[in-house]
Design a protein around this ligand. Sequence first.
Ligand SMILES: Cc1cc2nc3c(=O)[nH]c(=O)nc-3n(C[C@H](O)[C@H](O)[C@H](O)COP(=O)(O)O)c2cc1C
Ligand SMILES: Nc1ncnc2c1ncn2[C@@H]1O[C@H](COP(=O)(O)OP(=O)(O)OP(=O)(O)O)[C@@H](O)[C@H]1O
Ligand SMILES: [Mg+2]
Length: 610
Amino acid sequence: MRALVKQLLRPLLLIGAVLLVAAIFTDFGPVPFRLLLAATVPACLLGVLLFRESLRASVEDERRAREQSEDRLEKFARINAELTRELLESRVLDEEHQLRVKAFDAFLQGVTITDPNKPENPIVYVNEGFTRLTGYSRDEALGKNCRFLQGKDTSPETIATIGAAIREQRPCFVEIQNYRKDGVPFWNALSIAPIFEDNKLTHFVGVQTDITAFKQMEFQLRQKQKMEAIGHLAGGVAHDFNNLLTVINGCCELLRGTDGMPDDALPLVEEVHKAGERAATLTRQLLAFSRKTVLQPTVLSLPALVTDFEKLLIRLIGEDIQLTTDFPAEGGLVRVDPGQIEQVLMNLVINARDAMPRGGRLTIGARDVFLDEDYVRQLSEVRPGRYVRLTVSDTGCGMDKSTLPRIFEPFFTTKPVGKGTGLGLAMVYGVVKASGGHVSVESEPGRGTTFHLFFPIVDEPDLVAQPPSRHSQTPGCETVLLVEDEAGVRTLARQALESRGYRVLEAADGEAALQLCREHPGEIDLLLSDVVMPRMSGRELRQRVAMLSPHTRVIFTSGYTDDAVVRHGVFQAESDFLQKPFTVHGLLRKVREVLDRAPAPGGELLGSRA
Ligand SMILES: Cc1cc2nc3c(=O)[nH]c(=O)nc-3n(C[C@H](O)[C@H](O)[C@H](O)COP(=O)(O)O)c2cc1C
Ligand SMILES: Nc1ncnc2c1ncn2[C@@H]1O[C@H](COP(=O)(O)OP(=O)(O)OP(=O)(O)O)[C@@H](O)[C@H]1O
Ligand SMILES: [Mg+2]
């Protein structure tokens, strides 16, 4: 536009000047015309000047406007950039937020956020973990206080601990019993932390973890440790009692056979003896529980054993209870101590009888089962494999949840004083465990009880089957080397042996025994020795006697056997063993049985066993 004006302006000025000169110096046209022309030209010039001026002004305006618009554009661009940046940032934030939400939902744990600035500190956020854990949907949880997860077994102390932490706006960590929507209880490891902004409390965040499985394992471990501790204690007490009872009961037996005993003294001796026998049964059960009994196992079929024992069981339960057995035609063999298993059966059957005072049904069954990795993982000391499951089931009163976990504890009984000692199931537990097995129980109040006893199946047939002895009454003439550190037990055993005609060499420990062995001119037929003695153990004594007198046979006695010794199978496999408290009759029978046995090939009984 400006360039056009510039181009036009010059020719116009030139035309104006020519016209002016022509008008003045020529007599072209009338005077008024010349005057008009003379006036017009300056006017044109003025107009042109004005036009030029206005043009300049408009160009200036245009420039300014352009500058302004450029400014505005720049501003817009800046704003735009700002907006874009903000937009971009907000998208990133959004993505972060999304990621966080996703991460929270992927948590196995529950996450809850509550708003303590609203009445009742309601939930404002829960993740999916929470809904998975509790069974409550988001909508059901939002707006409520978390206490709706609590129930009848939730500890009031734990609730108070959380309450105090929340009031004092500090974090807390508790383990609390909660309930899912379907009513199933679970253990919740709950951690709660306050969230502050500008030193002002805005929210609480809670993380809920299901620790039910850990709690169960912890409970089982504690239960096992408790049983072991009680076992040690019981085993120790039983050991001391065994020595005392061997003396008390043995003396009673000897007194009864004594000539010239006053008539009025005999019933008293009988009473002492009865009490002593009862005490001996109790210590035997305690020992069985603490797995300190020396088992004398044989390989056998459990159904066959139960069938042999059935008559006695029927007599135990009375007429109101109907006994049914359910055994497979063929089943696995197990290695157990038959005497102990009979005791186990008796204890279970008596318990079932007591649980059915108005009669009912008692079923004893057996099945071969396979316990897999999954099954045994929860159990201590049980290996996966094939087992015979012996089931004893009754239709009696059953047990409630508070009784069930305690029934295997020694001295736990719900029976009136004088009725039950609480040792029956402790003994069952000990025997089954010592046989490498496992026992479980199912029971509900009013719905009866079922005990499952699992015994590992063995493939090899039994190696040692000792025929019962018929020789306890046979008088003896052999020489017995008696080694026992308890003077009372030693005297009793000597008296018992001498009363039957044996010649007894008596020693209080291994050294003295070896001395006697060296000095004795004749043959020593039998070494009757305690196992655990100061200075020299029974086992070492056996080896040293073997060197001096290779034909001497051996019987070990003990009231308590070190776990290690039992586990190493010293007695079970290699030696004859007499568990204390032994009776005079039992001692004489065992001695005769061992002396009458044909010598082992090679004849060196001691030497071959050492
Ligand atoms: C963030 C947060 C999470 C919570 N989660 C649980 C929970 O999972 N289970 C529970 O029993 N209590 C939970 N509570 C505790 C209860 O909401 C409540 O504070 C507690 O019962 C003590 O208060 P009260 O005595 O008024 O019931 C949570 C509390 C907060 C603040
Ligand atoms: N079959 C069963 N039905 C219901 N409760 C049972 C059954 N077996 C055991 N119990 C419960 O377990 C408790 C412990 O049993 P356990 O055999 O150890 O001792 P006890 O029978 O009380 O006494 P003991 O057997 O020493 O005479 C019993 O007191 C009883 O409460
Ligand atoms: Mg019982």
